[in-house]
Design a protein around this ligand. Structure first.
Ligand SMILES: [Fe+2]
Length: 179
């Protein structure tokens, strides 16, 4: 299950209900899928063939089409990142700067872990959402954030889009960002 860490205070929030409530107050959608549905041979696999990506998408087809129907997402794909990804360190460096988009950024983690760093309300400031398999998050358009890997440096996630062009990153310079 996802956990929250508030950067200013180091306070942690855990438990599905608490996490969901906190994120709801920050306008971030949080849901959870049953990650154990994924066939065993894909649960710890971070380099996927096209056939294996299609298998992940078909495993969660009901969840994907339900979420897409409710939120207006039109296309989806699979992203994989691991130490097998060429230039992973450079990629992560590029990822780790605060930005915004003109549409939601949606990630459903199907294997591994990831972390969203999000700018919350004035009183909360920046917070981390640590995500593991089954966690689904939608960061609304215009909310400053970035997404990166955790220490295990492995993830498979479904991305959903309204239009892929909406996902262009607009840099958000912010002196208030807490490293
Ligand atoms: Fe983003």
């Amino acid at each position: 299950m996802a956990e929250i860490r508030i950067r200013n205070t180091n306070e942690r929030i855990s438990g599905e209900q608490n996490v969901r409530e906190f994120l709801e107050n920050q306008e971030v959608l949080y849901e959870h899928w049953d990650a154990s549905k994924l066939p065993a041979h894909l649960q710890e696999k971070f380099v996927l063939s096209d056939e294996e990506k299609a298998e992940v998408l078909s495993t969660f087809n009901t969840e994907i089409t339900d979420l897409a129907g409710r939120r207006g997402y039109k296309t989806w794909d699979i992203i994989t990142l691991s130490d097998a990804t060429p230039n992973l360190d450079e990629l992560l460096k590029k990822f780790e700067s605060v930005h915004t988009h003109t549409e939601d950024e949606v990630r459903a983690i199907t294997a591994g872990k990831g972390i969203f760093v999000i700018k919350g309300t004035e009183e909360v400031g920046y917070f981390d959402v640590e995500l593991e398999a089954g966690d689904v998050i939608s960061v609304p358009e215009r909310i400053p954030h970035f997404f990166t890997l955790m220490d295990n440096r492995q993830i498979v996630a479904v991305r959903l889009f309204i239009e892929t062009e909406g996902w262009i990153a607009h840099p958000f310079e912010d002196p208030a960002f807490v490293k």
